[in-house]
Design a protein around this ligand. Structure first.
Ligand SMILES: Cc1cc2nc3c(=O)[nH]c(=O)nc-3n(C[C@H](O)[C@H](O)[C@H](O)COP(=O)(O)OP(=O)(O)OC[C@H]3O[C@@H](n4cnc5c(N)ncnc54)[C@H](O)[C@@H]3O)c2cc1C
Length: 235
């Protein structure tokens, strides 16, 4: 029985569904004082900075980014706690036979937790700890996948057979957001000690967040710049 082990988490921006720009955010803000004449205006770093600093957040909702994420179920579960300004669709374990693709931490992933809740530090594991981690993940995945397959072969419905699959199984989902909801997500799911409110997310969801931040910085460069400069607080 073959299973695939993956350490990479993939994030791709759906360019077709990309909408908005720094200029569009500025137009949305200026309609307040210019009326329809705002349509002819362009982007302005100073205006974006003013909006960010004073937490005038609604103009930053004019835009859309849609991402296709392939990640373990435990990452998807953390991700979908983000409710405001997000839309999701995910692969169904009721309608589709799932694929035997499972997550294993890469060798550079710190393995050992030190300190107490709220102040955890993660440090490298020993050679033995890396060995047992890889071995136990793989054995558990093989056992679970065999059980899933045996139930399917016996005619048990997919929605029941999937009960035995672990949170390390890969899933795929679309996540669509606007710049404001993305900034809130990034403020919580990236580590940055210079941020006004530093957060300490799990490494795997941070990998997803960093890929999204790169796409955000590329398509909304001035908005990203003023958000970063103002302490990475979503307006
Ligand atoms: C490091 C870290 C550790 C975490 N640990 C845990 C944990 O141990 N257990 C756990 O259950 N969760 C945990 N979470 C998840 C966390 O509690 C939030 O669910 C998640 O970060 C989403 O944040 P949010 O609710 O602000 O985002 P969103 O759901 O996107 O909401 C955005 C904003 O909208 C407003 N809003 C949304 N819904 C409501 C509402 N119903 N009422 C009022 N205002 C609303 C709030 O201002 C909110 O900040 C953790 C998150 C992080 C980053």
């Amino acid at each position: 029985m073959t299973i695939s082990l993956r350490s990479d988490i993939s994030v791709s921006l759906d360019e077709v569904n990309l909408a908005g720009s720094d200029a569009k955010i500025c137009k949305a803000a200026r309609v307040s004082t210019l009326g329809s004449a705002a349509a002819g205006s362009g982007e302005a770093r100073g205006l974006l900075n003013y909006l960010m600093k004073n937490r005038h957040g609604s103009p930053f909702e004019h835009g859309q980014m849609s991402f296709l994420v392939e990640a373990p179920i435990f990452v998807a579960r953390e991700f979908m706690r983000h409710r405001a300004g997000w839309s999701y669709n995910e692969t169904s374990g009721r309608y589709k036979e799932l694929e035997p693709v499972f997550y294993v931490p890469k060798d550079s992933r710190p393995l050992v937790q030190e300190g107490k809740a709220g102040e955890y530090r993660f440090v490298a594991g020993t050679y033995e700890q890396y060995g047992i981690t890889r071995w136990e993940h793989e054995q558990a995945y093989r056992t679970a996948w065999s059980a899933y397959q045996r139930m399917l072969k016996a005619g048990v419905a997919k929605e029941i057979a999937r009960d035995v699959l672990p949170v390390g199984l890969f899933t795929s989902f679309y996540a669509t957001c606007n710049p404001r909801s993305l900034m809130h997500f990034l403020s919580l799911r990236t580590k940055n000690t210079d941020a006004t409110f530093p957060s300490f997310p799990q490494e795997e969801i941070e990998d997803v967040a960093l890929a999204m931040e790169a796409a955000f910085a590329s398509h909304f460069p001035l908005t990203w710049e003023v958000w970063d400069r103002n302490g990475r607080v979503a307006p």
